[in-house]
Every structure is written in structure tokens, then in C-alpha cells.
Write a protein that binds this ligand. Structure first.
Ligand SMILES: [Zn+2]
Length: 672
């Protein structure tokens, strides 16, 4: 019995510790211990719970990610989730204040101004100190029950000290850094990027597999309790402090404002900082603080009278579509808009995505049109719509190209199995355009350094390389024939190619460029086949569709890829070349390679203290120097600086062709 008692004590100790560190990390953005130390605690807890399954509690940190669900149930909200009246100018706020003042007979009424996070609204039910359910807003009256997904959100506590029966309201969101990372992977895989954090969040929340939610690092910021007044609170600000004390993530940028000018200052202050947040904010919410005054004001048919949202203007630009360039990709030939250069979100945009011919037709976009441009995920500009009212009669309809822009042979057309869209592609298996994109994809996925598009062009031109597999066997002799490659860089390149042979299996699988098989699915495949390339090559439909994230269509495209004769030659060459990680899988991470023996220089104002960034770099095997020289590998620019930021270090970096990255990249690469 004593033993069991000490086990229970140890379990409780471990859970308390892990909860504490999760809170520090996910709510307060503080890493108090290293990932390794944290993993040790978690592993010990998992092991103890495995030996003593009866002692597993529902709120144990190990119980966040549950199994895959078949569908979502719906739930009726005990208190409806109302919508909020939006305003787009400050004079609307001013009018709202006058209305409130009149209705409240001129008695003073402080308001709380807080950030409006752009995500998916949710309601989180707690009873007796435990998270019992979670639901989306839905139509305000009923929503989808998403408890399993909510449990996987680490900033949402599974248990709290308060025993009240209550529904906590908050916004589920995706960090920008996650969106940027996912989009850069999707771009490499020639998939359409997620347009913004909100779309990504709503897709993730509706995923039936909670491990997807866990991977995408969703967060929740809470802003209220549906039954606040019934629980004895007098003011909204008291609720905010209470929620914070209970361990919820509450956005710290909230403020009690006494008058109109304080509200205006808050709105302006946030506008100045908005780009530095790692989450999307589309405005500010202003609420009357006092619950009794809220009640006095009451509701309209649509929304409460005691709250209003101020929405910031969207970052869009209008410019002229000069022409359309058809770009040869690995799988498709896609339209790119060539624009009259225009300023948008700190950069000059002169090219933008037009997605596909269906969207061009649907949106009736014509050459010569004035178009609205936006940036998807802050990076990739795309055309939102055309402005037909600005036409002068000289615009022309955009047609499907007849010939491949690279090899000039007629194009082929098919319907995408994914979404039914029209896909234009070059069916010529020796098309240089297609081959160079395939090679580039392979090089990117295998992380072979110093190997860019220009070099690929040169190698193809000289017929040193004709297929992707030829890359694997490049040697210094072949490279010595290529202009402007010195013997030193040839040597380095051959070394880099050799080094890539020790990359983990998932890199090899994603480097194949099978449609719909990106990094994430490749990781699942490598895991399911126990890191064996042979097992993957011999896979069948049955074994593939068992793997997370693989539906029948994906399994089909994998199998048809593996059966293709040309691919078989490539796969055999790859099998001979690939060595696999020399140490146990799991101990080497790709991320370490990014930092290992690299020299970093940091400049500009960062969102993290300089010291912390330095520590991340050093911890992962890199070093930090104070000035940029030819030996510097990366110049890191703080994320609080605009894209137009300039400094002597940046000038030097450009001079020495040093890679310039931003702080987010450091954070992304340092993560598992
Ligand atoms: Zn072609």
C-alpha cells in the first residue's frame, strides 16, 4: 500500500510540474526548462501511468490527445453566444458612446478595451474544476462539440481551482508562425496556401483527429464567462483577472478606459503593434465594464448594446494587371499575374498568384483589369477580385495556353481529383521546365545546400544532368566542366550531396514529389513503415490507408507513382544512394543541422530578448558573433522590424551574400 501511495505522490508531483511548465510555456511564453528536461518529466509520467493504468486521471497532461472521432455532435449553448456590432471608423465608436451615455442617464461608465483575436469563437464548459466540454459558436444557439480538439490545446487548462459550473468564452487561434511554416511547406508542395490564420483555425478545429490540433499548436485566449454575473462578479474586468488567476491565457493587452480619448489611444497603440503579434488581431472590442450597467442597456435583436467592435482596415492594394505569365511547375502550369508594382504591407508587389484558370473565369479577371491584391499568410500576394467598373474596353479575356512555355509542346488538361479544378500540365517527360522543378523540389526537401535554380539550369543545359537521379551521382569532375564553379565549391557541393544521404526517410519520401504527399504525410508514412524504405516501396493500399492523413485518393497516387516505370529507375537509384540516419532515429533532428557549426549575427529589435535568441542558437550548436563577415552564415533580423528595415549589418550581409532570415525562422527551426 505504501508503495502505491508513493507512486500516487510521484504522479501528482509530475503532473503538477508538467502543468506548471506547460502554463509557463503556452500561456506566459516562458521556457523555464529545456525541452529535454521537460520530455524527461513527461516520459516518466507516461511510463508510471502505463504501469499503473488505474491511476490515470482525465486531467493528466498525458490525456490531451485522444482518438479519432467519426463526426461531431452538436450542443445547445446554455447561454447563447451573441454576435457583436462592428464599426469601421472612430466616429461610430463616438456615436455608440453617446448612445450609451444617454441611456445610462449620464452616469459615468468605464469600459474595457481588449484585442479582438481573429480566430474561431468557442465556449468551454467547466464543472467541479474540470473541463467537461467545448463547442464552437455555430449559429450562436447551437455549435459543434469539439471537446477532444480543445483538450489538445495546451494553453487551455484541463483542470482549474474554481469548482463553479460555468461556460468560459474565448477565441481559438493559430499562431502566425505556424501558418507561415505550413504555407512554406505547402508552397514547396505546390499546394494552395492557407489564406489566413482564421481559415486554418476553423479547418483545424473541425478536424476529426485531435493530433492535428496538437501539431498545429492552436491556442485559446479567453475573454469572458457566460454566467459571470450569476457567479457574483460585478464587473467584466474582475472576470478577466479571475480567468487569468485560474491559469487561462488572457490577452494581456486589455485596459480599463475612462473616456473617449483613452479608447482612441488604446486603438492607436494596438494599430502600431499589430504586426508584431504572433496571432491575428482584426480589431478592438469595447465593453461596458459594469454588469449592472450592461443589463440596463440590454440587447437589440442581433447584438448586445453594451459592446462594440472596432475593426482595423484590411491590408489590400489596387493595381493594374499587366499580363499573365504561365509558369511551369512540377505538376502543373499555373498562371501568375504580372502587376504594375504596388506597395503592400511593407514590400513592393509586382507578381501575384492567380491560382488556376477556373478562378480566373469565375472571378472574371481580364488582362488590363484593375485588381485587388492581398497577401495570403502575410507573404504570398494573390488576386482577390477584379474591378469591372473600372474597365475601359481594352481588357482581354485570359485563355488557356496552347503550348508549354518551356518545351513548346501542346499542353494537356485534366480535372484535379482533389477539388475538381482544371489542371493544365506538360505531359512531355523530357520537358526541361518540369525536370528542373522536380530537381529543385528534391534538393529543397533533402536540404542540399548551395544548390540553386541557376546551377540546375546550367547542368541541364550541358546535359550533365537529365533526370533527378543524376544529381545523386554528381562528382567534381562533372562539375568542373560547368562555368563559374570553382574546385572548392564543387568539392563542397559533392560533400553536401553525400551528407544528404544520411537524412531521415521522411525527407526522401517527400522529396519524391508524389502529389498530395508533403512533409507531414511523409512523416506518418516513415513512422508507419518503421523507417524502412523497402517496406514503403512494397506497400499496398491496405497498409497505406491505415496511416493517419492518407485517404484512398492519396494512397492511389502513391501506388501509381511507385508503379511507374520511369519512377522505378529513380527509386532504385535512390535506394542505392540513401544511407539513412547513422544514429538512432529520433536523436538527430533536422533542426540541429540548421544551427550546427553555423555563425549567426543578430540585428534590429526582436520580440524576444536578444539573450534568449542567442541561447536558442547556442543550445542547438550554433554560435553568435557581433559583426557580419564573409564567414557569417545567417543574419537574423528581429521580428519587430519592418520589411524595409535597414542597418549597416544588413548592407554587409547583402554584400557578402549572407542569408538573411527573421527571428521567426530561428524559433521554427529550433522546435522539434
Ligand atoms: Zn514542357
Amino acid at each position: 500500500m505504501n508503495d502505491l501511495l508513493s507512486v500516487e505522490k510521484r504522479l501528482e508531483f509530475l503532473r503538477t510540474q508538467i502543468r506548471h511548465y506547460e502554463y509557463a510555456y503556452y500561456v506566459e511564453s516562458n521556457s523555464e526548462i529545456s525541452d529535454k528536461e521537460f520530455d524527461l518529466l513527461l516520459e516518466e509520467l507516461i511510463e508510471l501511468e502505463r504501469v499503473h493504468p488505474k491511476l490515470v486521471t482525465e486531467d493528466s497532461p498525458t490525456q490531451r490527445v485522444g482518438g479519432i472521432a467519426a463526426s461531431f455532435e452538436t450542443i445547445t449553448h446554455r447561454v447563447p453566444m451573441m454576435s457583436i456590432e462592428n464599426s469601421y471608423t472612430f466616429s461610430e465608436i463616438s456615436n455608440w458612446l453617446t448612445r450609451c451615455e444617454k441611456q445610462l442617464h449620464k452616469s459615468p461608465f468605464p469600459v474595457v478595451a481588449e484585442l479582438k483575436i481573429d480566430g474561431v469563437s468557442g465556449s468551454f464548459g467547466y464543472n467541479n474544476g474540470k473541463l467537461i466540454n467545448a463547442a464552437t459558436r455555430g449559429d450562436g444557439k447551437t455549435g459543434d462539440l469539439i471537446t477532444a480538439n480543445a483538450r489538445a490545446i495546451k494553453s487551455l487548462p484541463l483542470s482549474i481551482a474554481s469548482k463553479h459550473d460555468m461556460d468560459i468564452r474565448g477565441e481559438i487561434y493559430t499562431p502566425r508562425s505556424v501558418l507561415i511554416k505550413l504555407n512554406s511547406e505547402r508552397e514547396k508542395d505546390e499546394l494552395e496556401p492557407f489564406k489566413n490564420c482564421r481559415n486554418l483555425t476553423s479547418g483545424t478545429v473541425k478536424s476529426l483527429d485531435p493530433s492535428v490540433t496538437a501539431k498545429r499548436r492552436l491556442g485559446v485566449m479567453v475573454y469572458g464567462i457566460a454566467q459571470g454575473k450569476d457567479l457574483g462578479f460585478d464587473r467584466h474586468s474582475e472576470v478577466m483577472s479571475f480567468l487569468s488567476n485560474q491559469g487561462f491565457k488572457v490577452n494581456h493587452a486589455w485596459k480599463i478606459c475612462q473616456n473617449e480619448s483613452e479608447i482612441k489611444d488604446f486603438i492607436d497603440d494596438i494599430a502600431a503593434k499589430i504586426d508584431s503579434f504572433d496571432f491575428d488581431t482584426d480589431g478592438v472590442v469595447i465593453k461596458i465594464d459594469d454588469f449592472s450597467k450592461q443589463e440596463e442597456l440590454g440587447y437589440t435583436a442581433k447584438a448586445p448594446r453594451w459592446v462594440i467592435a472596432y475593426k482595423y482596415p484590411q491590408k489590400r492594394a489596387i493595381t493594374k494587371l499587366k499580363s499573365v505569365e504561365w509558369q511551369v511547375g512540377r505538376q502543373q502550369i499555373t498562371p501568375v499575374a504580372i502587376l504594375d508594382p504596388v506597395e503592400l504591407g511593407g514590400t513592393t508587389v509586382s507578381r501575384a498568384s492567380l491560382h488556376n484558370i477556373d478562378q480566373i473565369k469565375e472571378k472574371d479577371i481580364r488582362t488590363g483589369d484593375f485588381v485587388v491584391v492581398e497577401k495570403a499568410g502575410y507573404i504570398i500576394p494573390y488576386i482577390v477580385e477584379s474591378l469591372p467598373e473600372k474597365r475601359i474596353g481594352r481588357e482581354s479575356i485570359i485563355e488557356i495556353p496552347q503550348h508549354c512555355p518551356s518545351c513548346q509542346l501542346p499542353v494537356s488538361i485534366k480535372k484535379s481529383e482533389d477539388d475538381g479544378s482544371t489542371q493544365i500540365y506538360c505531359g512531355n517527360s523530357s520537358c526541361k521546365g518540369v525536370i528542373s522543378r522536380k530537381i529543385l523540389h528534391f534538393i529543397n526537401q533533402m536540404e542540399i545546400e548551395n544548390f540553386g535554380p541557376q546551377l540546375i539550369e546550367k547542368l541541364l543545359e550541358r546535359k550533365c544532368v537529365q533526370k533527378t537521379e543524376d544529381i545523386l551521382f554528381l562528382n567534381e569532375l562533372i562539375l568542373s566542366g560547368v562555368e563559374r564553379i570553382g574546385s572548392k565549391s564543387a568539392q563542397k557541393l559533392v560533400e553536401n550531396i553525400k551528407k544528404a544521404a544520411y537524412k531521415p526517410l521522411f525527407r526522401v519520401i517527400s522529396a519524391l514529389g508524389i502529389p498530395n504527399v508533403g512533409i507531414v504525410i511523409s512523416e506518418s508514412i516513415a513512422k508507419a513503415f518503421n523507417q524502412s524504405f523497402d517496406s514503403f516501396l512494397n506497400s499496398d493500399e491496405e497498409s497505406l490507408i491505415k496511416i493517419e492523413g492518407i485517404q484512398k485518393t492519396v494512397a492511389g497516387s502513391i501506388l501509381s507513382y511507385l508503379k511507374d516505370e520511369e519512377n522505378i529507375t529513380f527509386l532504385n537509384a535512390l535506394k542505392d544512394w540513401w544511407k539513412g540516419p547513422s544514429e538512432t532515429i529520433g536523436t538527430i533532428t533536422v533542426n540541429n543541422d540548421f544551427f550546427k557549426n553555423k555563425i549567426f549575427v543578430i540585428t534590429g529589435e526582436a520580440s524576444l530578448p536578444r539573450k534568449e535568441i542567442e541561447e536558442i542558437i547556442k543550445k542547438n550548436g550554433g554560435s553568435v558573433k557581433s559583426s557580419v563577415t564573409a564567414k557569417t552564415d545567417y543574419l537574423v533580423i528581429g521580428s519587430n522590424e519592418p520589411e524595409t528595415y535597414n542597418s549597416s549589418k544588413k548592407t554587409k550581409a547583402l554584400e557578402h551574400k549572407v542569408d538573411i532570415i527573421d527571428e521567426h525562422k530561428i524559433l521554427l527551426m529550433s522546435e522539434q
